[in-house]
Design a protein around this ligand. Structure first.
Ligand code: NDP
Ligand code: MG
Length: 380
């Protein structure tokens, strides 16, 4: 059970919901971090009184320091600040709710301090999953997924003593705002259309990833790394209602799933209370009124990111790091209206064709692959 948290990315969608859960469970909040949202960070610090607040952006840190001069909260900035946040001695649990591969170094640092990791930042596991998981095993640090599908799988695996019993993991996928559209129709979609997700309210980057289905691709790799399974044993199925959060299919044919109304506070709460459960103020799912649950095959021609991710999962080495970094850059370019929706997958494929994959990569190889992939996307 978690008592005190360091929350990396407190001003984001997961960050704000984590603070709601912390309030509800009465957790102490030792550290908060953000990139540049000073107003919200100031309000959060005044409510939760952390020992440390970190702003990635140095100007934002200077502004926050000024505003908090009447408090006991220390303010740091930049990557060094983020590392100090991840290793703060007061926190037993580090919530990684920053977006992108910037989460990698602080996650590794927290693992080395044997913290419980409540992991939302999937990009970390995608770009360096094997390294992160082996470091967690070596240090004896628990990694508890916050991503709703992986939390569902984690919950459905409780009581399973041997992964040999598992035939496959089945990730559910809402299909995003463009479900049913053809590749040609997708040429026309704009950022504001893509930012309208049918079931979940999330940060901009993951919302675009949900629209391209790259989010499901990233999640297939996240699941492979968390549960040490080959890509052939992880599948995705479209489930428009987002009620079944994912399933484990065992070798005797039993399928065990976790269901509920879409609410990220459940997986966040479970990451803190595991192996126990705490009462939730939200009403439970009503099976009588929730309507029909449907399942169908994803359209990989219209949404090639899923195929690309599966291929990178098969290739291994730095392929997933290249794909992830290229996708981060391409999504930002789409949000800035510099490229079209279908160009996101094209840019990712371009980076994968330009940057050579290294096998059995070190952390340096992964960081280099990330850098080269970003450059390849920008140069196109
Ligand atoms: P948001 O964009 O809403 O929030 C991101 C947070 O990280 C903010 O606090 C932001 O600060 C901070 N941040 C952004 N860039 C940097 C940077 N370069 N360095 C340091 N801090 C930074 O994202 P979400 O909360 O939606 O997602 C966070 C992570 O959780 C992602 O990896 C996402 O894939 C994953 N996730 C999210 C889900 C959701 O429902 N939202 C569901 C499952 C997984 P600032 O506000 O100052 O910019
Ligand atoms: Mg998810």
């Amino acid at each position: 059970m978690t008592h005190s948290i360091a929350l990396l990315g407190s001003t984001g969608s997961i960050g704000r919901q984590t603070l709601e859960v912390a309030r509800e469970l009465g957790l102490s909040v030792a550290v908060l971090t953000a990139r540049s949202q000073v107003d919200l960070m100031e309000r959060q610090v005044r409510e939760f009184c952390p020992r440390l607040a970190v702003m990635m952006d140095p100007d934002a840190a200077a502004e926050l320091r000024l505003r908090l001069s009447d408090t006991d909260t220390q303010v740091l900035s930049g990557a060094e600040g983020l590392l100090a946040a991840a290793t703060a001695h007061e926190a037993d649990t580090v919530v990684t709710a920053v977006v992108g591969s910037v989460g990698l170094a602080p996650t590794l640092a927290a693992i080395r301090q044997k913290k419980r990791i409540a992991l939302a930042n999937k990009e970390t596991l995608v770009c360096a999953g094997e390294l992160v998981m082996s470091e967690a095993r070596r240090c004896g640090a628990e990694i508890i997924p916050v991503d709703s599908e992986h939390s569902a799988i984690f919950q459905s695996l409780q009581g399973c003593r041997d992964m040999e019993q598992v035939r496959r993991l089945l990730l559910t996928c809402s299909g995003g705002p463009f479900f049913g559209k053809s590749r040609a129709e997708l040429n026309e979609v704009r950022p504001e259309d893509a930012l309208r997700h049918p079931n979940w309210s999330m940060g901009a980057k993951i919302t675009i990833d949900s629209a391209t289905l790259m989010n499901k691709g990233l999640e297939i790799i996240e699941a492979m790394r968390l549960y040490c399974l080959p890509v052939e044993q992880v599948d995705a199925v479209i489930h428009r209602q987002s009620i079944v959060h994912s399933l484990v299919e065992y070798r005797d044919g039993a399928m065990i799933a976790q269901l509920g109304t879409p609410d990220m506070k459940l997986p966040i709460r479970y990451a803190f209370t595991f192996p126990d459960r705490a009462p939730s103020p939200a009403p439970p799912l009503d099976l009588i009124t929730c309507g029909a649950l449907t399942f169908e095959k994803p359209d990989e021609d219209a949404f090639p990111c899923l195929k690309i991710a599966r291929q990178c999962g098969k290739t291994g080495g730095t392929a997933c790091a290249i794909m992830n970094a290229a996708n981060e850059e391409a999504v930002m370019a789409f949000l800035r209206r510099e490229i079209g929706f279908n160009d996101i997958s094209r840019r990712v494929e371009h980076a994968l064709s330009r940057v050579a994959v290294k096998y059995a990569p070190t952390l340096e190889d992964i960081l280099e692959a990330d850098r080269l992939a970003r450059a390849a996307v920008k140069d196109q």
